[in-house]
Design a protein around this ligand. Sequence first.
Ligand SMILES: C[S@@+](CC[C@H](N)C(=O)[O-])C[C@H]1O[C@@H](n2cnc3c(N)ncnc32)[C@H](O)[C@@H]1O
Length: 428
Amino acid sequence: MLNNQHQFNTSVAISTEDVDRINKKFYGRYNFPWYPSFLEKYSSQALWLTALNQELGYFDNSRVVNQPKIWVAGCGTNQAVITALKYPESEVLGTDLSKESLAAARSLAEQLNVTNLRLEERSLNEVCYEEEFDLIICTGVIHHNYDPSMPLRALTKALKQDGILELFVYNYYHRITTTSLQKAIRMLCSTTDNPNTELEHSISERMINDDSANYSDFMSAFINTMRNWNESAMADAILQPVEYSYTVESFDDLVQQCNLEIVAPCLNSWDKAEGRLSWDVKFGDEKVQQQYHTLPDVERWKIGNLLKLEQSPHIWFYVQRKDSSYAAKPIKKICEEFLSTRFTKMSCEYQHFVIQDDNEFIAEETPKSKPHPKFPQDKVAAKVFMKCKGDKTIAQILAELNLSLSQYEINELRLHLTTPAYPYICAV
Ligand SMILES: C[S@@+](CC[C@H](N)C(=O)[O-])C[C@H]1O[C@@H](n2cnc3c(N)ncnc32)[C@H](O)[C@@H]1O
């Protein structure tokens, strides 16, 4: 077993070259992700950069430099384009091993006249960038490789000493159903050692549409949801030839092995949609809660992963080089700084492009603005937001509102107001 990650469907993983070849073919056939229905084009990156720095715990906007050089590693069809549109003042590089996915990205970039993006066909297993990037985004990529630590080492090498890497790998407890189904399909098709995606695809479609099979309730419920999925989503979930998945514990081991360390969780759109904002556990028992809070962040998140299982967040973290000149800030300290900071409302206009029937994107005449919706939906966050006028600290606002929040609630408030998922306020 390679390292101590959880191996699931890795029987075709014979060598790096084999797996790269298999992935190239797979993502050539199933471009991922599928076409977005809209795209947002910004003329300034201030809102995104501020929110990113705030999520990392730097309310003075100092952690990630002003015009970060960005690499979207394993960018698929649109992630590098979306990043270049959000960071128009930065140089963005997008790489992927799938020619077809890059062609889709190129076509999007041309349609939206994106001029700050370079796209290159490269495997992460063969790149040799050295200390080049301030920000690297690599989501959903390394767990599909022969040995995930190999591309991760390449990312470490490419990161500047004080750079930040946004990294997402599968959560072991999210993958139980998908991986069991995937393995069953592969056994059914006798393709465990030799992928035959077309055969697996046709058998999966039949299984998805089979109303009378006596699968477990859990499996039936999952299969039912897949009936509305498009081909790429289905393929990504159950036909991907190689996948590893991780717990916070094994993820921490993996990043440590690659000379990296966890900085903070990254609140992503999936967890936002599910309302899974925090890794922390809320215990009803005071003694247990106190004991829990004696532990460092990563240890608490490991426990959160074990106790929340399938309801824990995605393993999606910001990490940095172990030799970074910044120490990873404990969440408690970030919350204290949040409480003692004055904030004002932030907003930013963007051009909204909507997809047409012929897959062309057309700009709407009137610009839209972020954040959207205009007011936080969370009740406490909305009350605090209304009072953020740059004159009072969050602690003063909470006192004025007569709100006494626990450590857990303060952290949720911070996430609900200051992060890229909820970019409502910025420090003055
Ligand atoms: C699940 S998709 C994720 C795409 C994108 N990162 C996102 O989150 O939307 C995985 C992508 O990683 C790419 N990929 C996998 N292994 C790679 C490697 N070794 N080097 C470069 N790209 C790779 C695939 O071609 C595919 O486009």
